[in-house]
Design a protein around this ligand. Sequence first.
Ligand SMILES: [Fe+2]
Ligand SMILES: [Fe+2]
Length: 193
Amino acid sequence: MTDGTLHDAFVDELRDTYDAEKQIAKALPKMMKAASSPELRTAFEAHLQETRGQVERLEEVFASIEEKVRGKHCDGMEGIIEEGKSVMEEDFGDTTMDACLIAAAQRVEHYEMAAYGTLVAWARVMGHTDAADLLQQTLDEEKSADQKLSSLAESGINQDAADAAHPDEDEGYAPAPKSRSKAVAAKKPARRR
Ligand SMILES: [Fe+2]
Ligand SMILES: [Fe+2]
């Protein structure tokens, strides 16, 4: 009996990620429906296509190391997707919902970036070059999906949502304190000698 090796851990992570991608492919159409911004909907749709490609790419990775294609339930992704579902059940205005959908989607992308970052590093260090190259392609796609979401948020969606939250204010931050904790936070502490 030997202890498990990094190779076993690698295969395990691949199975976990394969399952995570499938969960994402199921969740994205719901997020598309919940989105109001046409650009955001298009971005989700594009990433859905990309995600389906990533599932197939993982199948190539399994083949490249002569392992059977198999998934293993990814609890982490399940939790992140559950949080996204609760957001979609909230009674938010359109742009607020879009801002929240972006936030939920970026949690997904960051989880994936962490997973693929590890997978690429482990594949390289064990000399699985073909697997590493394939996984790197997906890592790059996840990174650009994340950047796309940031630029959508910053090119108007966050501002529109903020304007809806504070309709009477000019640009910049000039809130009337609404709660005690905010009022306290806004006040500078008196300096004592
Ligand atoms: Fe993905
Ligand atoms: Fe992704």
